[in-house]
Write a protein that binds this ligand. Sequence first.
Ligand SMILES: NC(=O)c1ccc[n+]([C@@H]2O[C@H](COP(=O)([O-])OP(=O)(O)OC[C@H]3O[C@@H](n4cnc5c(N)ncnc54)[C@H](OP(=O)(O)O)[C@@H]3O)[C@@H](O)[C@H]2O)c1
Length: 314
Amino acid sequence: MKAAVVEKKGASAKFKIKELVSPSIKNGQVLIRNYASSVNPIDVMVQNGKSLLSSAGFSDQVIGSDFCGKVIQSRSRLFKEGDEVYGMLAALKGGAYAEELAVDASQVALKPQKLSYLEAAVIPLVGLTAYQALFKVGRLQGKENVLITGCTGGVGSAAVQLASTIDCHISGLCSEQHRSYAKSIGCDVVIDYQNQRIPSGARFDLIFDAAGMYTYSDLKHHLNEQGLFVTTRGEMNTLKGLVKTAVDVVFEPNMKFVFVKPKANDLRALRDIIERGDLKLHIEKVFNLGQLTEALSMKQKGGFVGKIAVDIGG
Ligand SMILES: NC(=O)c1ccc[n+]([C@@H]2O[C@H](COP(=O)([O-])OP(=O)(O)OC[C@H]3O[C@@H](n4cnc5c(N)ncnc54)[C@H](OP(=O)(O)O)[C@@H]3O)[C@@H](O)[C@H]2O)c1
Protein backbone atom coordinates (compact mmCIF):
# COMPACT_ATOMS: atom_id res chain seq x y z
CA MET A 1 0.00 0.00 0.00
CA LYS A 2 1.06 3.58 -0.66
CA ALA A 3 1.71 6.07 2.14
CA ALA A 4 3.08 9.60 2.39
CA VAL A 5 6.16 9.25 4.53
CA VAL A 6 7.74 12.21 6.31
CA GLU A 7 11.38 12.38 5.35
CA LYS A 8 13.27 14.27 8.03
CA LYS A 9 15.59 16.92 6.67
CA GLY A 10 17.11 19.14 9.32
CA ALA A 11 14.55 21.14 11.23
CA SER A 12 11.84 20.72 8.57
CA ALA A 13 10.47 17.73 6.74
CA LYS A 14 9.02 16.83 3.38
CA PHE A 15 6.76 14.02 2.27
CA LYS A 16 7.56 11.25 -0.15
CA ILE A 17 5.19 8.56 -1.43
CA LYS A 18 6.48 5.09 -0.54
CA GLU A 19 5.21 1.55 -0.94
CA LEU A 20 4.80 0.07 2.58
CA VAL A 21 3.69 -3.35 3.83
CA SER A 22 -0.07 -3.52 4.51
CA PRO A 23 -0.80 -3.40 8.25
CA SER A 24 -2.13 -6.57 9.89
CA ILE A 25 -5.05 -6.38 12.30
CA LYS A 26 -5.51 -7.75 15.82
CA ASN A 27 -8.72 -8.91 17.50
CA GLY A 28 -11.06 -5.96 17.89
CA GLN A 29 -9.57 -4.10 14.92
CA VAL A 30 -10.62 -3.39 11.35
CA LEU A 31 -8.47 -2.89 8.27
CA ILE A 32 -9.65 0.18 6.38
CA ARG A 33 -8.96 1.18 2.78
CA ASN A 34 -8.59 4.88 3.39
CA TYR A 35 -9.91 7.15 0.63
CA ALA A 36 -9.57 10.57 2.27
CA SER A 37 -7.96 12.56 5.06
CA SER A 38 -7.43 16.20 5.99
CA VAL A 39 -4.76 18.62 7.20
CA ASN A 40 -4.70 19.72 10.85
CA PRO A 41 -2.35 22.13 12.66
CA ILE A 42 -0.70 19.18 14.45
CA ASP A 43 0.55 17.91 11.06
CA VAL A 44 2.20 21.26 10.37
CA MET A 45 3.80 21.22 13.81
CA VAL A 46 5.27 17.79 13.16
CA GLN A 47 6.48 18.81 9.72
CA ASN A 48 8.21 21.85 11.18
CA GLY A 49 9.80 19.93 14.01
CA LYS A 50 7.68 21.76 16.59
CA SER A 51 6.19 18.78 18.37
CA LEU A 52 7.53 16.09 20.66
CA LEU A 53 6.77 13.61 17.92
CA SER A 54 9.15 15.18 15.44
CA SER A 55 11.90 15.85 17.93
CA ALA A 56 11.98 12.13 18.76
CA GLY A 57 14.25 11.60 15.75
CA PHE A 58 11.89 9.47 13.70
CA SER A 59 12.44 8.52 10.12
CA ASP A 60 9.96 7.14 7.59
CA GLN A 61 7.00 8.15 9.73
CA VAL A 62 3.45 8.39 8.43
CA ILE A 63 1.49 11.20 10.07
CA GLY A 64 -2.10 12.42 9.63
CA SER A 65 -5.14 11.89 11.84
CA ASP A 66 -8.43 11.89 9.93
CA PHE A 67 -9.61 9.00 7.80
CA CYS A 68 -12.64 7.98 5.80
CA GLY A 69 -12.91 4.82 3.76
CA LYS A 70 -14.18 1.25 3.56
CA VAL A 71 -13.61 -1.75 5.85
CA ILE A 72 -11.70 -4.39 3.84
CA GLN A 73 -11.11 -6.84 6.69
CA SER A 74 -12.72 -7.08 10.12
CA ARG A 75 -11.83 -8.83 13.37
CA SER A 76 -14.62 -7.05 15.24
CA ARG A 77 -18.31 -7.89 15.47
CA LEU A 78 -19.05 -4.16 15.13
CA PHE A 79 -18.11 -3.87 11.44
CA LYS A 80 -18.15 -6.02 8.34
CA GLU A 81 -16.32 -5.87 5.04
CA GLY A 82 -17.69 -3.10 2.85
CA ASP A 83 -18.86 -0.82 5.69
CA GLU A 84 -18.11 2.82 4.96
CA VAL A 85 -16.49 4.35 8.04
CA TYR A 86 -14.84 7.49 9.35
CA GLY A 87 -12.75 8.45 12.36
CA MET A 88 -9.42 9.73 13.60
CA LEU A 89 -6.18 8.17 14.74
CA ALA A 90 -4.66 9.52 17.96
CA ALA A 91 -3.41 12.96 16.91
CA LEU A 92 0.18 12.56 18.09
CA LYS A 93 0.60 9.04 16.72
CA GLY A 94 -0.80 9.75 13.28
CA GLY A 95 -0.70 7.26 10.40
CA ALA A 96 -3.67 8.38 8.30
CA TYR A 97 -1.79 9.66 5.23
CA ALA A 98 -1.83 6.09 3.93
CA GLU A 99 -4.03 3.84 1.81
CA GLU A 100 -4.56 1.21 4.52
CA LEU A 101 -5.06 1.60 8.27
CA ALA A 102 -5.46 -0.89 11.12
CA VAL A 103 -7.82 0.76 13.63
CA ASP A 104 -9.52 -0.32 16.88
CA ALA A 105 -13.21 -0.76 16.10
CA SER A 106 -13.99 1.23 19.27
CA GLN A 107 -12.59 4.31 17.52
CA VAL A 108 -14.54 3.96 14.27
CA ALA A 109 -18.11 4.86 13.27
CA LEU A 110 -20.18 4.44 10.13
CA LYS A 111 -19.63 7.37 7.77
CA PRO A 112 -22.44 9.93 7.43
CA GLN A 113 -24.25 8.95 4.24
CA LYS A 114 -25.04 12.55 3.41
CA LEU A 115 -21.36 13.35 2.86
CA SER A 116 -18.76 12.24 0.31
CA TYR A 117 -15.56 10.58 1.55
CA LEU A 118 -13.73 13.90 1.32
CA GLU A 119 -16.49 15.85 3.10
CA ALA A 120 -16.60 13.27 5.91
CA ALA A 121 -12.80 13.06 6.24
CA VAL A 122 -12.43 16.73 7.22
CA ILE A 123 -14.68 16.26 10.25
CA PRO A 124 -13.36 13.76 12.83
CA LEU A 125 -10.46 15.54 14.59
CA VAL A 126 -11.95 19.04 14.60
CA GLY A 127 -15.56 17.85 15.01
CA LEU A 128 -14.69 15.65 17.99
CA THR A 129 -12.62 18.44 19.55
CA ALA A 130 -15.52 20.88 19.24
CA TYR A 131 -18.11 18.33 20.39
CA GLN A 132 -16.08 17.26 23.44
CA ALA A 133 -15.15 20.86 24.33
CA LEU A 134 -18.74 22.14 24.21
CA PHE A 135 -20.75 19.21 25.51
CA LYS A 136 -18.38 17.13 27.65
CA VAL A 137 -15.90 19.63 29.11
CA GLY A 138 -18.06 22.75 28.71
CA ARG A 139 -21.32 20.99 29.71
CA LEU A 140 -23.53 23.11 27.41
CA GLN A 141 -27.24 22.31 27.76
CA GLY A 142 -28.82 24.85 25.42
CA LYS A 143 -29.51 28.58 25.05
CA GLU A 144 -26.25 29.64 26.75
CA ASN A 145 -24.30 32.73 25.78
CA VAL A 146 -21.11 31.44 24.15
CA LEU A 147 -17.92 33.04 22.82
CA ILE A 148 -15.88 31.02 20.30
CA THR A 149 -12.42 32.18 19.24
CA GLY A 150 -11.16 31.12 15.79
CA CYS A 151 -14.80 30.67 14.78
CA THR A 152 -14.03 30.14 11.08
CA GLY A 153 -11.20 27.59 11.48
CA GLY A 154 -11.65 23.82 11.57
CA VAL A 155 -12.45 23.44 15.28
CA GLY A 156 -14.17 26.83 15.55
CA SER A 157 -16.49 26.43 12.56
CA ALA A 158 -17.53 23.00 13.81
CA ALA A 159 -18.13 24.48 17.28
CA VAL A 160 -20.31 27.31 15.95
CA GLN A 161 -22.51 24.85 14.07
CA LEU A 162 -22.75 22.48 17.07
CA ALA A 163 -23.62 25.28 19.51
CA SER A 164 -26.27 26.50 17.04
CA THR A 165 -28.03 23.12 17.26
CA ILE A 166 -28.93 23.87 20.90
CA ASP A 167 -29.90 27.51 20.30
CA CYS A 168 -26.92 29.13 21.97
CA HIS A 169 -26.29 32.82 21.39
CA ILE A 170 -22.90 32.75 19.67
CA SER A 171 -20.26 35.46 19.48
CA GLY A 172 -17.31 34.53 17.29
CA LEU A 173 -13.79 35.93 16.96
CA CYS A 174 -12.16 35.85 13.52
CA SER A 175 -10.48 38.21 11.05
CA GLU A 176 -12.55 40.84 9.22
CA GLN A 177 -12.22 39.04 5.87
CA HIS A 178 -14.07 36.02 7.28
CA ARG A 179 -16.94 37.94 8.91
CA SER A 180 -19.61 36.96 6.39
CA TYR A 181 -18.63 33.28 6.53
CA ALA A 182 -18.84 33.39 10.35
CA LYS A 183 -22.37 34.83 10.09
CA SER A 184 -23.37 32.23 7.50
CA ILE A 185 -22.54 29.31 9.79
CA GLY A 186 -24.41 30.68 12.81
CA CYS A 187 -22.52 33.43 14.66
CA ASP A 188 -24.95 36.02 16.02
CA VAL A 189 -22.14 38.48 16.71
CA VAL A 190 -18.78 38.57 14.91
CA ILE A 191 -15.76 40.34 16.42
CA ASP A 192 -12.71 41.09 14.27
CA TYR A 193 -9.87 40.13 16.63
CA GLN A 194 -7.41 42.43 14.85
CA ASN A 195 -9.41 45.67 15.02
CA GLN A 196 -12.15 45.23 17.60
CA ARG A 197 -12.42 44.47 21.29
CA ILE A 198 -14.93 42.19 22.94
CA PRO A 199 -17.48 44.69 24.35
CA SER A 200 -16.42 45.43 27.93
CA GLY A 201 -19.81 44.49 29.38
CA ALA A 202 -20.11 41.17 27.49
CA ARG A 203 -20.40 38.10 29.77
CA PHE A 204 -20.46 34.49 28.64
CA ASP A 205 -21.48 31.16 30.15
CA LEU A 206 -18.79 29.46 28.10
CA ILE A 207 -15.75 30.80 26.30
CA PHE A 208 -14.38 28.17 23.95
CA ASP A 209 -10.90 29.19 22.82
CA ALA A 210 -10.95 27.03 19.69
CA ALA A 211 -8.08 29.06 18.19
CA GLY A 212 -5.89 28.23 21.18
CA MET A 213 -4.57 31.79 21.24
CA TYR A 214 -5.77 33.03 24.64
CA THR A 215 -5.15 32.46 28.33
CA TYR A 216 -7.79 32.29 31.02
CA SER A 217 -6.41 35.54 32.44
CA ASP A 218 -6.94 37.28 29.08
CA LEU A 219 -10.68 36.58 29.02
CA LYS A 220 -11.81 35.72 32.58
CA HIS A 221 -13.48 39.13 33.06
CA HIS A 222 -15.90 38.14 30.27
CA LEU A 223 -17.13 35.05 32.14
CA ASN A 224 -20.33 34.83 34.15
CA GLU A 225 -19.90 33.81 37.77
CA GLN A 226 -20.21 30.09 36.97
CA GLY A 227 -18.77 30.49 33.45
CA LEU A 228 -16.12 28.17 32.05
CA PHE A 229 -13.11 28.90 29.85
CA VAL A 230 -12.22 25.86 27.72
CA THR A 231 -9.16 25.99 25.48
CA THR A 232 -7.58 23.74 22.86
CA ARG A 233 -4.09 24.95 23.69
CA GLY A 234 -3.88 27.99 25.94
CA GLU A 235 -1.51 30.60 24.63
CA MET A 236 1.35 28.12 24.39
CA ASN A 237 3.14 29.79 21.50
CA THR A 238 4.87 32.26 23.83
CA LEU A 239 6.81 31.52 27.01
CA LYS A 240 4.77 34.10 28.92
CA GLY A 241 1.54 32.47 27.72
CA LEU A 242 2.81 29.00 28.59
CA VAL A 243 3.63 30.05 32.15
CA LYS A 244 0.28 31.87 32.57
CA THR A 245 -1.62 28.85 31.24
CA ALA A 246 0.26 26.44 33.53
CA VAL A 247 -0.55 28.63 36.56
CA ASP A 248 -4.22 28.99 35.51
CA VAL A 249 -4.69 25.23 35.12
CA VAL A 250 -3.52 24.66 38.69
CA PHE A 251 -5.29 27.56 40.41
CA GLU A 252 -8.39 28.35 38.34
CA PRO A 253 -11.24 25.82 38.59
CA ASN A 254 -13.09 27.52 35.72
CA MET A 255 -10.25 26.97 33.26
CA LYS A 256 -10.28 23.65 31.39
CA PHE A 257 -8.38 22.03 28.55
CA VAL A 258 -9.91 19.83 25.90
CA PHE A 259 -7.77 16.91 24.67
CA VAL A 260 -9.56 15.29 21.78
CA LYS A 261 -10.29 11.57 22.14
CA PRO A 262 -11.17 9.30 19.21
CA LYS A 263 -14.46 8.01 20.66
CA ALA A 264 -16.93 6.11 18.47
CA ASN A 265 -19.92 7.29 20.55
CA ASP A 266 -19.05 10.92 19.83
CA LEU A 267 -18.44 10.15 16.13
CA ARG A 268 -21.94 8.62 16.03
CA ALA A 269 -23.40 11.70 17.72
CA LEU A 270 -21.68 13.89 15.11
CA ARG A 271 -23.02 11.63 12.35
CA ASP A 272 -26.59 12.15 13.59
CA ILE A 273 -26.07 15.92 13.58
CA ILE A 274 -24.59 15.75 10.07
CA GLU A 275 -27.47 13.60 8.77
CA ARG A 276 -29.92 16.21 10.09
CA GLY A 277 -28.07 18.77 7.93
CA ASP A 278 -26.72 20.72 10.91
CA LEU A 279 -22.96 20.23 10.40
CA LYS A 280 -20.83 20.51 7.27
CA LEU A 281 -17.35 21.98 7.00
CA HIS A 282 -16.17 24.16 4.14
CA ILE A 283 -13.37 22.58 2.09
CA GLU A 284 -11.10 25.28 0.76
CA LYS A 285 -8.94 22.99 -1.37
CA VAL A 286 -8.34 19.30 -2.09
CA PHE A 287 -4.80 17.96 -2.50
CA ASN A 288 -3.75 14.42 -3.36
CA LEU A 289 -1.34 12.30 -1.33
CA GLY A 290 1.58 13.35 -3.52
CA GLN A 291 0.92 17.04 -2.80
CA LEU A 292 1.07 16.94 1.01
CA THR A 293 4.09 19.22 1.24
CA GLU A 294 2.09 21.93 -0.61
CA ALA A 295 -1.04 21.15 1.41
CA LEU A 296 0.77 21.66 4.72
CA SER A 297 2.44 24.80 3.43
CA MET A 298 -0.99 26.25 2.56
CA LYS A 299 -2.25 25.30 6.04
CA GLN A 300 0.73 27.01 7.66
CA LYS A 301 0.12 30.22 5.70
CA GLY A 302 -3.58 30.20 6.70
CA GLY A 303 -5.92 32.99 5.64
CA PHE A 304 -8.80 30.73 4.59
CA VAL A 305 -11.87 29.28 6.32
CA GLY A 306 -12.63 25.64 7.05
CA LYS A 307 -10.42 22.78 6.01
CA ILE A 308 -7.99 21.33 3.49
CA ALA A 309 -8.92 17.80 2.36
CA VAL A 310 -6.55 15.07 1.17
CA ASP A 311 -7.70 12.74 -1.60
CA ILE A 312 -6.07 9.34 -1.17
CA GLY A 313 -7.85 7.85 -4.19
CA GLY A 314 -9.13 4.35 -4.74
N1 LIG B 1 -6.35 20.03 22.35
C1 LIG B 1 -6.77 19.32 21.31
O1 LIG B 1 -7.16 18.16 21.45
C2 LIG B 1 -6.79 19.95 19.95
C3 LIG B 1 -7.50 19.35 18.90
C4 LIG B 1 -7.56 20.00 17.68
C5 LIG B 1 -6.89 21.22 17.49
N2 LIG B 1 -6.18 21.73 18.51
C6 LIG B 1 -5.54 23.06 18.37
O2 LIG B 1 -6.60 23.99 18.20
C7 LIG B 1 -6.15 25.09 17.44
C8 LIG B 1 -7.13 25.37 16.30
O3 LIG B 1 -7.19 24.25 15.41
P1 LIG B 1 -7.96 24.40 14.01
O4 LIG B 1 -7.84 23.10 13.31
O5 LIG B 1 -9.29 24.99 14.21
O6 LIG B 1 -7.01 25.49 13.31
P2 LIG B 1 -7.36 26.44 12.10
O7 LIG B 1 -8.30 25.76 11.16
O8 LIG B 1 -6.05 26.89 11.56
O9 LIG B 1 -8.15 27.68 12.72
C9 LIG B 1 -7.53 28.62 13.52
C10 LIG B 1 -8.43 29.85 13.53
O10 LIG B 1 -7.95 30.77 14.51
C11 LIG B 1 -8.21 32.07 14.04
N3 LIG B 1 -7.30 32.99 14.72
C12 LIG B 1 -6.00 33.22 14.49
N4 LIG B 1 -5.53 34.11 15.37
C13 LIG B 1 -6.56 34.45 16.19
C14 LIG B 1 -6.72 35.32 17.29
N5 LIG B 1 -5.71 36.04 17.77
N6 LIG B 1 -7.93 35.39 17.88
C15 LIG B 1 -8.97 34.68 17.44
N7 LIG B 1 -8.88 33.83 16.39
C16 LIG B 1 -7.69 33.73 15.79
C17 LIG B 1 -8.02 32.02 12.54
O11 LIG B 1 -8.91 32.97 11.98
P3 LIG B 1 -8.53 33.87 10.72
O12 LIG B 1 -8.15 32.90 9.61
O13 LIG B 1 -9.77 34.62 10.42
O14 LIG B 1 -7.36 34.72 11.14
C18 LIG B 1 -8.46 30.58 12.21
O15 LIG B 1 -9.78 30.54 11.75
C19 LIG B 1 -4.73 24.72 16.96
O16 LIG B 1 -3.81 25.33 17.83
C20 LIG B 1 -4.69 23.21 17.14
O17 LIG B 1 -3.37 22.75 17.32
C21 LIG B 1 -6.11 21.14 19.74
